[in-house]
Design a protein around this ligand. Structure first.
Ligand SMILES: Cc1ncc(COP(=O)(O)O)c(C=O)c1O
Length: 409
């Protein structure tokens, strides 16, 4: 698959939503970092489940409950294989990345003591900042932030300085949603491991775009969202090493997470159910399983190669636009172009582009500290996924020229 490969045209047919026109123009969907689109196979897996197999999981003796349980647990096994976890006991279904990080903050957080330190980076999405800030406030702990440079890269030397005897957790993103920087997570994890410090990787922007192997990474925790990887909304994954999950207290109480309940006390269920209180998002998990099948059918390496080539092309093309400022120029980048155009507010730009059928994101991208670092209120962000092609980029560049004509004449 290359940027000009006709296979992309074929692949786009898998996504019914992309066939429509928006405001009389071909839809150029360049907002997959916010939420991606779904292939027909995912939509059909969810409706097939509702049409044929729906019942509650784990507790029924009847056929439909067995089918639902099999499909739900089958999806968990698909997730396990997808990220190469050792056991499906290590895969907890959540509502998404935010929910997974809050799970860890609430559970692991119970052991955080006054004076303890948690390290995050300056590049984080709010969902990997605020839960840690709240925890530090609650437990009188300190949040330490790894600084970034002008290219939007984590400064590793500074990170090494921050690691200390009171560091209890390092929590960083795999790929920045605001800038597309691919963080050196292997090095970040290795340095923490030398000191026996556990590491959480926020993989929301990594899993749709590259192969992820949690065993090879050697991280303790990894979080991601179904809706950014062509699956349904409201489903996500919290991966944690089994020994951690055995040790950590449950996050929420309720049905399914217990073995026995009496007023004298409660005993908790085995993994992974100890961390899945209440009726789960069964259809969401099944849809996520179908999304994984879809990604693996294409191949993560092919997807990454396609997106890297397209990002190179897009970066070259957009750099020729008069008055463009690219925000985030890291040496290692995934498919995100964050930019500003002289004299045009990002929101105005987004509106003009929408009239041309082009969907981008504008604003702070839930990463206000990143915007603060660059001294800006926000950016326009075009983000790529496996179904994007050169035509989308050409349409974007044409839209930018139109906006310049409107606002600068
Ligand atoms: C890097 C990163 N982390 C976390 C999140 C939060 O994901 P969700 O809203 O699906 O929980 C996002 C969403 O944009 C993200 O890009």
């Amino acid at each position: 698959m290359t940027a000009t490969d006709p296979d992309i045209e074929k692949l786009r047919l898998d996504f019914p939503i992309l066939a429509q026109e928006i405001n009389g123009h071909r839809l150029a969907f360049l907002d997959s970092a916010a939420s991606s689109q779904r292939p027909r196979s995912v939509i059909e897996a969810v409706s097939h489940y509702y049409e044929h197999d729906h019942a509650n999981v784990h507790r029924g003796v009847h056929t439909l409950s067995h089918r639902a349980t099999e499909a739900y647990e089958g999806a968990r096994e698909k997730v396990r294989r997808f990220i190469n976890a050792s056991s499906s006991r290590e895969i907890i279904f959540t509502r998404g990345t935010t929910d997974a990080i809050n799970l860890l903050a609430a559970s692991f957080g119970q052991s955080i003591e006054p004076g303890d330190e948690i390290i995050i980076s300056h590049l984080e999405h709010h969902s990997n900042i605020v839960p840690w800030q709240m925890l530090c406030e609650r437990n009188d702990a300190t949040l330490k932030v790894i600084p970034i440079n002008e290219r939007g890269e984590i400064i590793l030397d500074e990170y090494h300085q921050l690691l200390g005897p009171r560091t209890r957790l390092v929590a960083v993103s795999h790929v920045s949603n605001a800038l597309g920087t691919v963080n050196p997570v292997e090095q970040i994890i290795a340095a923490a491991k030398e000191r026996n410090i556990p590491v959480l990787i926020d993989g929301a922007q990594a899993v749709p775009h590259q192969a992820v192997d949690v065993t090879a990474l050697n991280c303790d925790f990894y979080a991601f969202s179904g809706h950014k990887m062509f699956g349904p909304t409201g489903i996500g994954v919290f991966y944690a090493r089994e020994e951690w999950l055995e040790r950590l207290p449950p996050y929420q109480g309720g049905g399914d997470m217990i073995l026995t309940v009496s007023f004298a006390g409660t005993t908790y269920n085995d993994l992974p159910y100890k961390f899945e209180a209440g009726t789960p998002n069964i259809a969401g998990a099944i849809g996520l399983g179908a999304a994984i099948d879809y990604l693996l059918d294409i191949g993560m390496d092919k997807i990454q190669a396609h997106e890297t080539a397209l990002l190179d092309y897009a970066t070259r093309e957009i750099s020729t636009v008069d008055g463009i400022q690219l925000i985030g120029t890291a040496a290692q980048k995934a498919g995100v172009l964050s930019f500003n155009l002289d004299g045009i507010h990002p929101h105005d730009l987004g509106t003009v582009l929408d009239h041309q059928g082009i969907a981008i994101r504008t604003g702070h991208h839930c990463a206000m500290p990143v915007m603060e670092f660059f001294g800006i209120a926000g950016t326009a962000r075009a983000s790529l996924a496996l179904y994007n092609c050169r035509q989308d980029i050409e349409q974007l560049i044409h839209g930018l020229q139109l906006a310049i004509g409107m606002f600068r004449s």
